[in-house]
Design a protein. Structure first.
Length: 614
């Protein structure tokens, strides 16, 4: 049933009632100049239409909270204030189902876990635990409360009366007693409500916000008044799914897809990555055909907590708790996989204990590719390409064991190969996966064209492709830094390892061109194209060279057009072609090129400038 608040203290009721009206009446009530000491008013921009839906909450209060006068009324007021933001923002009103006495008296950082153990949350949207205040007036949200993405439980610490009053006291000069009491009451209500909102939003997978005036910022501020539009979208999707009764896996999939499509600078990157990792893990753990055993329901909360400890860098704490969990579930491969992944970060893949832990995963789930992907990725970061290839090859062989989720596993494998620059391995994996229009395929084709590594090339082995690309890149960096002697030495070294590689010959063309050795540049570009007619950098450079000479402008334009056709991302070729059209007064061709450039790059073609194209 809905709780009905008892009459609260007159000054508090006055302050809260006035603040709830948007702050204007409170501003009028207080003396001039006092309103600047008030906290921001919670409000939603662009309120939504429609009747609000009720989200039931069950409240737990520890002995320290219950010892406070009017504690139920204060909490109810804070819930009402939170609803004044949530209702117009995402169409939800918080309704108290019941208050419960809670015997918790231990470490507040363990309170969320203890709350989950005390109440599984049946019949309510959230279980909210209130624990005794700390000894300081902290602004760190992590110290003021707790909540986990996709969770149904949140914890809020009480108002630290004396430290908070001490912190506010020096900021409220020359106020009358009644005014001071009202301002302090407004600050108390604002802070407790914002912390509650921050934790509820966390369970709805809201992501940490960079702006300190947004509620999902990592630090509390009296200036916080709302959530960012992006987090509002995420919270709306989450609460709609939750109130509709969607499964956690279905909700996780929808949220992961939505968040993955949003690249927004207002979110903290680490927070976004953590939320996405948790959502994707939830989706993956639910797939039928997965060879890892699911986490037992009674261990989910503890497993989630351990995962979060590891993400926060508290490796020792995570491993200690995970060791206790593995004592109870020694044969659970998913738990052993988590141990493997924690150890892959610290102490690292080269450590014997790490490899032993990861090997144990393979023993328990011999058909699952996950551990091989994790170890392979770690070996790539460590620079052990041969070891990585061995692990990833094993992953390839096992992905087919999955009855569902194979596309996701293939994409992870392909992303590792693509990030490594292993063109052949990337393309072979794409072919095995039969993925249509995979962006990695287009990237591999572009890399082959740009650096002169055609398929089936005899001058470079597949496991050396990334090294050849790196050698060409570093040589060109030296060329563009006018370090011509260093570039020449780098080319000589690379030529010995990959003789006749067209990408290296094209780099030599670029070097000669910049040194003013035009004939040598012509010859080098011609040699590169004789070996690989689709070497886009050589086509571009030769096109520019031909544009500089009388009688060969048409040939130069043809080379530039060929470079663009083969390597559409080669912006330099587009701009040089524009220069050629402008010099030849070919307005129709220049206009069409501008339209094509806008369609390709999403921005106007830079206007041609006087001088030779380059």
């Amino acid at each position: 049933m809905q709780h009905t608040a008892a009459p609260a203290r007159p000054i508090l009721v006055l302050a809260l009632a006035l603040a709830a009206c948007g702050g204007s009446q409170l501003n009028d009530h207080l003396a001039a100049g006092v309103t600047k000491f008030l906290p921001a008013t919670l409000e939603a921009s662009k309120p939504r239409d429609g009747d609000p839906r009720s989200a039931k909450v069950r409240i737990y209060a520890d002995p320290g909270i219950r010892a406070l006068p009017h504690w139920k009324e204060d909490i109810t007021d804070q819930l009402d204030y939170a609803s004044q933001l949530l209702q117009p923002m995402i169409g939800v009103r918080l309704t108290v189902e019941s208050f419960k006495d809670w015997a918790h008296a231990g470490d507040p950082h363990q309170a969320l876990r203890d709350l989950v153990d005390a109440d599984r949350g049946e019949g309510v949207t959230w279980v909210i635990g209130y624990v005794t205040a700390g000894d300081t007036a902290s602004t760190a949200m992590s110290e003021l409360g707790d909540g986990q993405p996709l969770g149904h439980h949140v914890m809020v610490r009480g108002w630290a009366e004396k430290p908070e009053l001490d912190a506010l006291g020096g900021k409220l000069p020359d106020l009358k007693d009644a005014e001071r009491a009202e301002v302090i009451a407004a600050h108390r209500r604002h802070k407790q409500t914002v912390v509650l909102l921050h934790m509820l939003a966390t369970t709805l997978c809201a992501i940490g916000e960079a702006d300190p005036t947004w509620i999902q910022n990592a630090a509390y501020s009296a200036k916080q008044s709302t959530f960012s539009t992006r987090n509002r979208e995420v919270m709306q999707l989450a609460v709609d799914g939750r109130l509709a009764g969607n499964s956690e896996q279905l909700l996780a999939r929808a949220l992961a897809n939505a968040i993955d499509k949003i690249e927004w600078g207002g979110w903290m990157p680490a927070s976004r990555e953590q939320v996405l990792t948790l959502l994707n893990a939830t989706v993956e753990s639910s797939r039928s055909g997965k060879t890892f055993a699911d986490i037992p329901p009674e261990a989910v909360a503890e497993y989630t907590r351990i995962n979060e400890l590891a993400k926060r860098g508290k490796t020792n704490d995570a491993l200690t708790e995970l060791g206790n969990l593995l004592t109870a579930y020694p044969g659970n491969a998913t738990m052993h996989e988590l141990k493997c992944e924690i150890l892959l970060r610290t102490p690292g893949v080269a450590d014997k204990s790490t490899r032993a832990a990861c090997a144990r995963v393979s023993e328990l789930a011999p058909g699952d590719p996950t551990v091989h992907l994790a170890v392979g990725e770690a070996l790539v970061r460590a620079g052990d390409l041969a070891g990585a290839r061995k692990e990833l090859t094993q992953a390839e062989a096992k992905i087919g064991n999955l009855k569902a989720g194979t596309d996701e596993a293939w994409r992870k494998l392909i992303a590792i190969y693509a990030g490594l620059g292993a063109l052949t391995w990337t393309e072979e994996a794409i072919a095995k996966a039969t993925l249509e229009n995979d962006p990695a395929a287009a990237h591999a084709a572009q890399t082959r064209a740009r650096f002169g590594i055609p398929r089936g090339a005899k001058f470079v082995a597949p496991d050396d492709e990334s090294k050849l690309v790196a050698a060409i890149r570093s040589t060109l960096d030296l060329v563009y830094a006018n370090k011509f002697a260093d570039a020449e030495r780098a080319l000589a070294t690379a030529d010995k390892k990959w003789p006749g590689a067209p990408g290296l010959t094209a780099a030599r063309c670029d070097l000669a061109f910049r040194m003013g050795q035009i004939e040598a540049a012509h010859a080098a570009c011609a040699r590169a194209l004789a070996t690989d007619p689709n070497e886009s950098w050589a086509l571009y450079l030769l096109g520019v060279l031909l544009l500089r000479e009388a009688g060969t402008v048409g040939a130069g334009i043809a080379k530039l057009k060929a470079a663009i056709a083969i390597d559409p991302e080669l912006g330099q070729a587009w701009r040089s072609l524009a220069q050629a059209y402008a010099r030849g007064n070919d307005k129709a061709a220049l206009d069409q090129l501008g339209k094509d450039y806008l369609a390709k790059f999403g921005q106007p073609l830079p206007p041609p400038t006087p001088g030779a194209p380059r």
